[in-house]
Write a protein that binds this ligand. Structure first.
Ligand code: URA
Length: 425
């Protein structure tokens, strides 16, 4: 077998055989297939797709590229959630300790930023001292002691995805149903969670821009999970505007702590509770009350213990970017558009995301929103604050926002979608 014949099969719209898939994933993991060959194959898959049989085999090969974890020794049922990626999507931060406070064990393996979307690990690394990398034993100990852990997948877990994820981030091959479904599900199945809730984002700031594609992605992942014995449910949720009022690493940690303290933006609270209820149901904890755990401080208590168990100081001041630039409303009226992709791209350009695999991210960079669609604004009122350590990027970020933030007359029509659009089980 050789990489060029595998690339040619997909380039010419053929179906990859099980042998080709097993070989290419294994050879890429071992370094025998070069990054440029895998990026060419990823682009061929991006352009020509894979059918469900190919996706199932590709996912199985990614699982087989590494070890499988086993949480069966834990006294609590396990429940995990994974988002397909959005702008301002900080939900994992309040959700994991909240669900742990309600009695489930949450082994939350998370990722770094992908394209214009933020990554949970990049966000949490804004907390001084916090460590994303834990050994399997450390992960199990935090899970046992606290009930939730948020960390990077260990080197041994789906290593093929680790390499491919970083490659896709910088080769324009992210927005592909087969590649997203196999990436997410290989990690979650190898991780060994008993149940899984998928948050499939839909809209300009998501990788799936429309409902039909999001449904296809969700049902592909639900089928993969179910076939591997994981109770899997998907919620399709809105990503036409950013979630909450912040996009960027430390900015989103601050907002998540507000939610854990019983406040925070209404859409973030609503989605956190909706996902918590699904996770608790799937874990067989139907009587738990996540709203109570947010209100009575028990979720906050779990958060503080989880951060401290991973070396972080939950009381430390969060990093703040060196420079700010305020964008004001040019006229009075109604804010009709606040486009999630435009805000995500602006945050990425300000330094919240990376352009090359090895780039660091800026903890303080990002975008703070002062109004959401439907709000009445007056001329000169701040609409957004841009944060960065590299002020020469302001013009580049402002270009990303061009046409993405619109104020219409006071009676202008504006569209807001419900937070949860559909459920697929
Ligand atoms: N999250 C992942 O883990 N992989 C993807 O491809 C997209 C979102």
């Amino acid at each position: 077998m050789d990489a060029i014949s595998v690339i040619r099969t997909k380039r010419d719209r053929g179906e990859l055989t099980p042998e080709q898939i097993d070989w290419v994933i294994d050879a890429y993991t071992r370094g025998e297939v070069a990054h440029e060959q895998m990026s060419s194959l990823a682009m061929a898959i991006f352009l020509n797709g894979m059918n469900r049989t190919e996706i199932a085999r590709w996912t199985a090969a990614m699982i087989a590229s590494g070890e499988r974890m086993d949480f069966s020794s834990l006294p609590r049922p396990t429940a995990d959630k994974h988002s397909t990626g959005g702008v301002g999507d900080k939900i994992t931060l309040p959700l994991a300790p909240l669900v742990a406070a309600c009695g489930a064990a949450v082994p939350q393996l998370s990722g770094r930023g992908l394209g214009h979307t933020g990554g949970t690990l990049d966000k949490l690394e804004a907390i001084p001292g916090w460590r994303a990398t834990l050994s399997n034993d450390e992960m199990l100990n935090v899970l046992r002691d606290v009930g939730s852990v948020i960390c990077a997948a260990g080197d041994g877990l789906a290593p093929a995805d680790k390499k491919l994820y970083a490659l896709r981030d910088v080769t324009g091959t992210v927005e592909s149903i087969p590649l997203i479904a196999s990436s997410i599900m290989s990690k979650k199945i190898a991780e060994g969670t008993g149940s899984l809730v998928l948050d499939v984002k839909v809209g300009s700031g998501a990788f799936m821009k429309d409902l039909d594609n999001a449904r296809e992605l969700a049902s592909t992942m639900v089928e993969l999970g179910t076939d591997h014995g994981v109770r899997t449910v998907a919620l399709l949720t809105d990503m036409a505007t950013p979630l909450g009022l912040t996009a960027g690493n430390a900015l989103e940690v601050r907002e998540s702590v507000e939610v854990l303290a019983g406040g925070g933006p209404q859409d973030v609270v609503e989605l956190t509770l909706a996902l918590a209820r699904e996770m608790l149901d799937a874990a067989g904890l139907k009587d738990a009350d996540p709203a109570k755990a947010l209100a009575d401080g028990s979720a906050m208590d779990h958060w503080r213990r989880m951060i401290a168990a991973q070396g972080g100081d939950p009381d430390a001041a969060l990093p703040v970017a060196r420079e700010q630039h305020v964008v004001t409303a040019a006229s009075s009226g109604t804010l009709t558009t606040l486009d999630a992709y435009a805000v995500g791209l602006a945050a990425w350009r300000l330094g919240a995301g990376r352009a090359r695999r090895e780039d660091p991210v800026q903890a303080g960079a990002g975008v703070e929103l002062h109004a959401k669609p439907g709000d009445t604004v007056t001329a000169g009122q701040p609409l957004l604050t841009l944060h960065t350590d590299t002020p020469e990027k302001f013009a580049y970020a402002l270009e990303a926002l061009d046409g993405g933030v619109l104020v219409g007359p006071e009676d202008a029509a504006f569209a807001t979608n419900p937070v949860v659009l559909e459920r697929i089980a």
